[in-house]
Design a protein around this ligand. Structure first.
Ligand code: SF4
Length: 392
């Protein structure tokens, strides 16, 4: 047995352990166990600094989960968009392929609780119909292995899946959606990365939510994946009490860049049953994005999105940077809340009206530089110190 497998075995997961370690009332612990079982491996447990801290909140069952009456079992409508077992096909050229129900740690905010935990929630026996679906659908050029966590499979089983996918000519990219670098970095072994290397291009999407998760162990795991040629991107979720603070989020994004992980998405929390207590307001998310953009490198700025309820896909949200727009100008504000005018390019219709009976200005110059000067003027932004905006 490998170290990571032993660590899974040594996880906190029984009702007795929940009562002993976290001082939960036994009947509450029992109900929480039935609702969504716990799995906290010794590595992730060691990151907790005090009760109720951002690590604790993500992994320790909480009675608030039982009080949530608003959330949905399948907020993203993944099951409706599943043409065959184990496949969700929402976007035209890519699909989600669920290969296991197991994870290195069970996150209390998980959107896929209905699929995660019990081994019979996602059957390995049904993988064949999923492979056949991908083979038949030549528009699928990107397959995202998920679950559960695909790195819960043994190297042998994962290789069988990668090998089979690589035989499908239209599958260009394979992505591993894995939280293992964050919750159980010991899973990223030299043997695993040597195997993965054979099936490039393999991209990795991981899921750091708080700077405390960036440790020597997780740094090493990400470095091994990147050194093996896997670009690693991060998908964080905005959660109350965990990372709904501009200072925390900035620290997280900057630390990710340092370990060569690209911040990719920041999600508003889904409307998942048992996880409403993690949700924040949209204004809070916009305020955090406003504190990132311009203040730190663009490389560290994730796309801030809402995964639309009902399966509408990811919808980007931006702070309001365009204050006004008409046919002639756009009034913008920058990250310091200073205002600027960008002159709108002329449409063909406007150009025709303006040039009727009039020689184009650049011809007057007669030196061939007029056009270039005009283009430069068109892209020039003019700082406005005292700007009056007529909202009408
Ligand atoms: S690792 Fe992903 S699938 Fe597994 S419990 Fe956490 S959020 Fe859910």
């Amino acid at each position: 047995m490998e170290l990571w497998q032993q660590m899974i075995r040594d996880s906190v997961h029984t009702v007795d352990q929940l009562v002993d370690k976290f001082n939960l009332d036994r009947s509450v612990a029992q109900q929480l166990d039935e609702f969504f079982q716990a799995r906290i491996n010794p590595y992730y447990l060691s990151l907790i600094r005090q009760p109720g801290d951002p690590i604790w909140l993500q992994c320790v069952p909480d009675r608030l989960e039982l009080e949530d009456i608003d959330g949905f079992e399948d907020p993203l409508n993944e099951d409706e968009m599943s043409p065959v077992p184990n496949i969700t096909h929402r976007y035209p050229d890519r699909c989600l392929f669920l290969v296991t129900s197991q994870c290195g740690m069970y996150c209390r905010f998980c959107t896929r609780k209905r699929k995660v935990g019990d081994s019979d929630k996602i059957s390995m026996k049904q993988l064949e119909s999923a492979f056949r679906y991908i083979e038949k659908h030549s528009e699928i050029r990107d397959v995202i292995l998920s679950g559960g966590d695909p790195l819960m499979l043994t190297d042998y089983l994962l290789e069988r899946i990668l090998n089979r996918l690589r035989k499908i000519p239209h599958v260009e990219i394979i992505r591993l959606g894995t939280k293992m670098p964050v919750v159980l970095p010991q899973r990223i072994t030299p043997k695993l990365v040597e195997m993965i290397k054979k099936y490039h291009p393999i991209w990795v999407n991981t899921h750091f939510n708080h700077p405390w998760e960036i440790t020597p162990e997780s740094t090493k795991a990400c470095a091994m994946l990147v050194d093996a040629g896997c670009p690693v991107n991060n998908q964080a979720v905005l959660m109350r009490g965990v990372n709904d603070d501009p200072v925390v989020m900035k620290e997280l994004m900057l630390k990710l860049l340092k370990i060569r992980v690209r911040p990719y998405y920041l999600f508003m929390a889904d409307e998942t049953k048992g996880a409403s207590h993690f949700r924040t307001t949209l204004d809070k998310g916009i305020d955090i994005m406003d504190h990132l953009r311009g203040h730190i490198s663009g490389l560290a700025i994730p796309h801030f999105v809402i995964d639309a309820p009902g399966g509408g896909g990811k919808i980007p949200i931006l702070p309001e940077y365009v204050l006004h727009k008409d046919d002639e100008k756009i009034i913008l504000r920058n990250y310091k809340h200073q205002n600027y005018i960008y002159r709108e390019a002329k449409t063909d219709e406007v150009k025709t009206k303006q040039t009727e009976g009039k020689a184009p200005e650049n011809k007057k110059n007669g030196n061939g530089n007029g056009k270039k000067e005009k283009q430069l003027q068109d892209i020039e932004t003019i700082k406005v110190t005292e700007l009056q905006i007529n909202e009408n």
